[in-house]
Design a protein around this ligand. Structure first.
Ligand code: URA
Length: 431
């Protein structure tokens, strides 16, 4: 086969701040996926993109070229409208768990193809797998039939959805080229466009526990993704949300499921409820229900009923006891005052070191590992009261978790300003 382009020419173009054409990008992504372009050549290309950026047309072409490398799901036969949510990832971010059944309780389909955690951000599938019997892998028939009958499905994405992204993401991960807006935006949106949802709400995070620390950069990422979705015919909006402090009081797997069930039962921490309701309103508005009373569906048990059906449909027992850790270690407040800071990133890394997350994609996670927080920034604390509890099945992990938590929280005096990075929802980005 005669190749259409020379990859070295394309690398030169991007290195010298030129613009790649649609044909060049289509060829490059196809040739990389079939193994013609070598990893070292693609690493040079991703580094050139990381350093020099891409034009809007190039980001669109890159996204669509990645979509074209795999299958594209089609929900046109479904009797319900489809709407989905994607979060760029954070610490204690369990929002998908209460959100998918809440939105589905309004007769809308939520096809959530999720991933596993890598590094300090948790994975939705890892959390749900702490429910005895629950299965992440569904056949195509099971997926469509659950979507029709229950409305909400949270399951593993097939390897055939934008396979170019899987290969490219693994390469970026080991070449220092993850934090590039064109590369993140095309990676996320290629999977969501291939997934076939008609509408999409993006939860784009900024702050200590997020990919993008700086709100201005996360806004740029949100605007890029909203444009990509809209151009591809997916009704897309984004919320810019604060990830300076952990979300809710639970960071881990089973404990995050427990907290999500509390929200579905009408309780739970205020920030988890606020974000769940805000995202549900956006998803339902895009699905043609702008006036849906989402609070009522949490309060009257409709969302909980859908949760139970969603878990049972995938083999899980929603009434079963969740795993408990073999060992716990309580950290006490060293002085009295106000908790003025609680930084998301070290808490995420500590939960990961306790065994809640994985360092390599193939590693198992401990379902009962993680951290339960007993106070949030702004709370009054008394010397000697529990501040947070670490859980693990392997006590040898406590030291490394405690090490990263040194300096991760501060107790100040009443009246000191609280360092929580501002409001939970900073802004809304539309096309
Ligand atoms: N999540 C993705 O799927 N891709 C990225 O590049 C970053 C986060």
């Amino acid at each position: 086969m005669i190749e259409q382009f020379d990859v070295v020419d394309l690398i030169h173009t991007k290195r010298d701040r030129g613009i790649l054409s649609t044909d060049q990008i289509n060829w490059m992504i196809d040739a990389y996926t079939r193994g013609y372009i070598a990893d070292e050549q693609m690493s040079a290309m991703t580094m050139a993109i990381y350093l020099n950026g891409m034009e809007r047309s190039e980001i669109r072409d890159l996204t669509l070229a990645m979509v074209a490398t795999g299958e594209r799901l089609d929900f046109s036969g479904l009797s319900k409208k489809t709407t989905d949510k994607h979060s760029t990832g954070g610490v204690g971010d369990k929002i998908t768990l209460p959100l998918a059944p809440l939105v589905a309780s309004f007769g809308v389909a939520v096809p959530q193809l999720s991933g596993r955690g890598l590094g300090h951000t948790g994975g939705t599938l890892d959390k749900l797998e702490s429910i005895p019997g629950w299965r992440a892998h569904l056949s195509t028939e099971e997926f469509y039939s659950q979507l029709d009958a229950v409305g909400a499905v949270v399951c593993a994405a097939s390897a055939d959805l934008a396979p170019a992204d899987g290969k490219l993401y693994a390469l970026r991960d080991i070449t220092g080229t993850v934090e590039s807006i064109p590369l993140i935006a095309s990676s996320i949106m290629s999977k969501k466009i291939a997934e076939g949802t008609a509408a999409l709400v993006l939860d784009v995070k900024f702050g200590s526990g997020a990919f993008m620390k700086d709100p201005a950069r996360s806004r740029e990422l949100a605007e890029t993704m909203v444009r990509l979705g809209t151009d591809a015919g997916v009704a897309t909006v984004a919320l810019l949300t604060n990830m300076n402090v952990p979300l809710g009081l639970a960071i881990g797997n089973a404990n995050e499921v427990r907290e999500s069930v509390e929200v579905l039962a009408g309780g739970g921490p205020a920030d988890v409820i606020e974000l769940t309701l805000a995202l549900a309103r956006e998803m339902l508005a895009l699905a043609g229900q702008p006036d849906a009373d989402v609070e009522a569906a949490l309060a009257d048990g409709r969302a909980m009923d859908t949760w139970r059906r969603m878990i049972s449909a995938q083999g899980g027992d929603p009434s079963a006891a969740l795993p408990t850790p073999r060992e716990s270690h309580v950290v006490l407040a060293p002085s009295s005052g106000v908790l003025v800071s609680q930084e998301a990133l070290p808490f995420g890394v500590a939960a990961w070191r306790l065994g809640a997350g994985r360092a390599r994609q193939q590693d198992p996670v401990q379902h009962a590992a993680g951290i339960d927080l007993h106070a949030k920034p702004g709370d009054l604390v008394t010397a000697g009261q529990p501040l947070f509890t670490l859980h693990t099945d392997e006590p040898a992990r406590f030291d490394r978790a405690l090490e990263v938590l040194e300096g991760a929280y501060t107790i100040g005096s009443v009246g000191d300003s609280v360092d929580d990075g501002g409001p939970l929802i900073l802004d809304r980005v539309t096309a």
